[in-house]
Design a protein around this ligand. Structure first.
Ligand code: F0G
Length: 450
């Protein structure tokens, strides 16, 4: 008996290829043409609820870990393996916070700005949604060892899931390129951490060769099963909006896995008649790592029914190589100049009538401090969403009365250095440095009283 369900397949996204493979194989690129793979479902053979609100019934049985998981609660939309393989460590208990204080500061109407705190996941980032799905697939295909390249969060999440499944894991990181909170996690969770003298893009290239040569399971977002887990973030946003879609989703753009997954989710929900309208998507780069922005806004690169003009991408990358360019931003999570999911992201932008822009490090840091002051805090990459929203409000792309959900991808304490430096060194308008005083009661009281 096969270990996988035949209701799902892997399919090459390139319309000139379109090769299909069963889910029992571990692939991260189409073996026929090298393009990205999707997971596609035979919806006629899956019992999808007739209305999204039917998913709410699973709250009543949340003592079943699969019903408690914010990914597997929606398992009918992610139906590629039997329950016995499904891995969960309680991911996806994340909240959508209506934040009227921050809305007020930004000039958004009350009730319209919402923050989706994916930093509340077990490893502190949205990656856990994807790892729950990827490690379920890894278990299903019977692998014993996993690996990833990472700017830190993928590594932390992989290490946590690998140890919960008794698998080995190897992390490739660029030396000096990851935030301390994240590095501390992968070491503590027992990950075999390899620091390469290079950046994320170098690590991404090496890890693919290592995985192919040694038969190791790759858990980067090239792995199509990862994205199946991450697409459930959209279901949870819809759930918390009372089973309605917002007008806009704003997400930071790094390797472009999230944006790709979100677009796929909305396309599937629309196809199934479970939503009437697809929200618009804004993907926000940092100006120091702005490949998507340069190609989408600057060069007019589009999905074009799957016939993406690869010459534009290749020329751009050749230019980066010629300049010996390495991306730089304080938002180290999105310090990526060759995003592997570029094509899928272009598809998502097509599905969601999306927009793209890049924000400066100063804008990211100010937005981060504002999210901290008015909300629950986040890491720098996540704050790119609010920095981007400011631009989109100012140029009239988003109106004050539109309902916006910003995906805050990682927890505040992932990158304590950036936060402490911003406040202590008074780097921005929202810096809140500690005040120094002698060990003297009178002086202390003087400082505190009105
Ligand atoms: N936000 C955070 C906190 C991240 O860690 C990442 C990616 C992104 C945004 C970008 O998401 O790749 O889906 O566009 N972090 C990866 C890592 C690259 O290795 O942890 P994306």
């Amino acid at each position: 008996m096969s270990s996988h369900k035949d209701t799902a397949k892997q399919k090459c996204i390139n319309p000139c290829c379109g090769s299909e493979f069963d889910c029992g194989q571990s692939l991260f690129k189409c073996p026929d043409c090298g393009d990205l793979l999707d997971i596609i479902y035979d919806w006629d053979r899956i019992e999808v609820p007739s209305s999204l609100s039917d998913f709410a019934k699973r709250w009543a049985t949340k003592s079943n870990p699969l019903d408690f998981s914010g990914v597997w609660r929606f398992r009918d939309m992610v139906d590629f393996c039997d329950d016995k393989y499904k891995v969960t460590i309680g991911e996806g208990q994340t909240i959508l916070q209506q934040n009227d204080d921050l809305a007020g500061v930004l000039g958004v109407n009350p009730g319209c700005l919402h923050l989706q705190y994916e930093g509340l996941n077990p490893s502190g980032s949205f990656k856990d949604n994807g790892m729950a799905a990827a490690f379920s697939h890894a278990k299903m295909v019977g692998v014993k060892s996993s690996a990833c390249a990472s700017t830190g969060n993928t590594a932390a999440s992989m290490a946590l899931y690998a140890h919960s499944c008794g698998m080995k894991c190897t992390v490739f990181i660029g030396e000096g390129r990851i935030a301390f909170g994240k590095l501390s996690q992968s070491m503590d969770y027992g990950g075999h951490t390899i620091q390469i003298r290079g950046d994320f893009d170098d690590c991404m290239k090496q890890v693919q060769s290592v995985c192919l040569q040694l038969g190791i399971y790759l858990v980067n977002s090239l792995n199509p099963f990862r994205l199946e887990g991450q697409k459930t973030i959209m279901l949870r946003i819809i759930e918390q909006f009372g089973w309605q879609v917002p007008d806009w989703i704003i997400a930071p753009g790094g390797n472009l896995g999230n944006s790709s997954a979100f677009g796929k989710m909305f396309s599937e929900l629309k196809e199934l008649g479970l939503i009437a309208k697809i929200p618009r998507l804004a993907v926000i780069n940092a100006t120091g790592a702005s490949t998507l922005t340069d190609l989408f806004n600057g060069k007019g690169l589009r999905w074009n029914g799957g016939n993406v003009d690869e010459a534009i991408i290749n020329d751009y990358y050749a230019d980066l190589t010629a300049k010996n360019f390495s991306p730089h931003t304080c938002a180290s999570a999105i310090e990526i100049s060759r995003p592997v999911n570029m094509k899928k992201c272009l598809r998502a932008l097509d599905i969601c009538n999306g927009v793209v822009l890049a924000v400066t490090d100063e804008e990211i840091l100010d937005a981060k401090a504002q999210i901290g002051k008015y909300g629950l805090g986040c890491e720098p990459a996540s704050a790119a969403t609010i920095a981007g929203l400011k631009h989109l409000l100012a140029n009239g792309t988003i109106a004050a009365d539109e309902r916006v959900a910003c995906v805050l991808t990682g927890y505040l304490l992932k990158d304590p250095d950036v936060t402490v430096n911003y406040h202590k060194n008074k780097q921005g308008a929202f810096s809140n440095p500690p005040v120094q005083v002698d060990n003297d009661l009178e002086q202390i009281i003087e400082l505190i009283k009105e």
